[in-house]
Design a protein around this ligand. Structure first.
Ligand code: ASP
Length: 359
């Protein structure tokens, strides 16, 4: 009798456990369905966004030929990255190869077409970041490396360091077999004339180098840095930025472009960001990382986070510029507080959008 009562209780307990397990399974199943439904709703397979610099880019100052040339080059560049992503390639490759096209074009302030320093040299900065591993590479102040974004990538992947500068970075580029050019390769007449204009306006002002360097001419100048952010089919985000810096820079000045967290940031848990603008302010505001952090820790959307930093934080400090970014679901944002920003996006359906001005 005692034994049969015991069997009865054991049976009831097992039945209860089995029911609970079944319910839990159903709950898990439901939540899986819900979250995958949500993902399917908003998740793009891959996405790519680029910029070619922000600044006082006004329709009234642009000729139709010049506008067409910018649009054609932006399209050529983004299609290179799009093709890589479409074939299942990595976001890092897409970012690097897309930036190479803009570095090789004199239209942009990166690679060929880089702006001049006060000493009439060209000193280039670049960085790249892998959102999957949080690995990053950057180079600053190089004068002979044809494609600084390639150097940033080898520093990230082949060296134990994150950032290299000046002649050391150039020695490493040579050792790694990157294309080395004469410094004169970076000369373009347009950029040299810009330097002459800025110097002439500086000479008119008081003999205070610091005030002159941070004057309204710089604030209103078109910046022209290039950058790219991409999401690949494996869900990996990457971002990269390449620049000649700011016209008339001196004393070995380094801007935000090679600073991880300021000019470039990527994290698979949030987004990938590339910046362009007045570098000193972008460093102080830690622009790219701030956008990622607002998403990751505060739950803001990419658009909300970008607006918070670009429309509030940077201008409140006194700076200007913009960013392009893509989040882990493939949402893309181009946010800027200047009159214009050269930019383009392509989604996984192959739809291309190119913009220059605010509207
Ligand atoms: N951010 C760059 C720098 O300060 C300039 C630019 O974006 O054009 O070096």
């Amino acid at each position: 009798m005692k034994q049969s009562i015991l069997y009865f209780f054991v049976f009831i307990m097992c039945f209860g456990c089995a029911e609970k397990a079944k319910n839990t399974e159903t709950e898990v199943e439901n939540s899986t369905i819900n979250s995958s439904e949500n993902l399917n709703e908003s998740k793009a397979e891959f996405a790519i966004i680029i910029h070619g610099g922000a600044g006082t880019i006004l329709r009234k100052n642009m000729t139709p030929e010049r506008e067409a040339a910018y649009k054609a080059k932006l399209e050529e560049a983004i299609r290179v990255g799009y093709d890589i992503l479409e074939k299942g390639g990595s976001s890092l490759d897409a970012v690097q190869k897309t930036i190479n096209v803009m570095e090789d074009s004199p239209l942009f302030n990166a690679g060929k077409g880089a702006v001049f320093t006060n000493a009439e040299t060209n000193e280039l900065d670049a960085s790249i970041m892998d959102g999957n591993t949080l690995n990053a590479g950057a180079s600053a102040g190089t004068t002979t490396v044809r494609n600084p974004i390639d150097l940033a990538r080898v520093i990230m992947e082949k060296s134990p360091h994150v950032m290299m500068a000046g002649s050391g970075a150039e020695t490493y580029a040579k050792e790694q077999g990157l294309t080395i050019v004469e410094p004169s390769y970076f000369y373009t007449e347009n950029r040299f004339k810009s330097l002459e204009r800025v110097k002439a306006s500086e000479a008119k002002k008081e003999n205070d180098a610091k005030t002159a360097f941070y004057d309204a001419d710089i604030k209103n100048a078109k910046f022209g840095t290039v950058g790219c952010a991409a999401l690949d089919k494996n869900g990996n985000l990457a971002a990269g930025t390449s620049t000649g810096g700011m016209t008339n820079k001196r004393y070995g000045r380094v801007g935000d472009a090679p600073i991880i967290g300021a000019g470039t940031y990527a994290n698979n848990n949030s987004c990938a960001v590339s910046s362009t603008g007045w570098g000193e302010y972008f460093i102080r505001a830690m622009v790219a990382h701030d956008i990622s952090a607002l998403m990751q820790y505060k739950g803001l959307s990419l658009k909300e986070a970008a607006q918070e930093v670009i429309q509030k934080k940077v201008p409140e400090l006194g700076g200007n510029g913009g960013i392009v970014a893509v989040d882990k679901n493939g949402n893309m944002v181009a946010e800027f507080n200047t009159a214009g920003m050269y930019r383009a996006t392509m989604n996984d359906k192959g739809e291309l959008e190119i913009g220059i001005y605010k509207e």
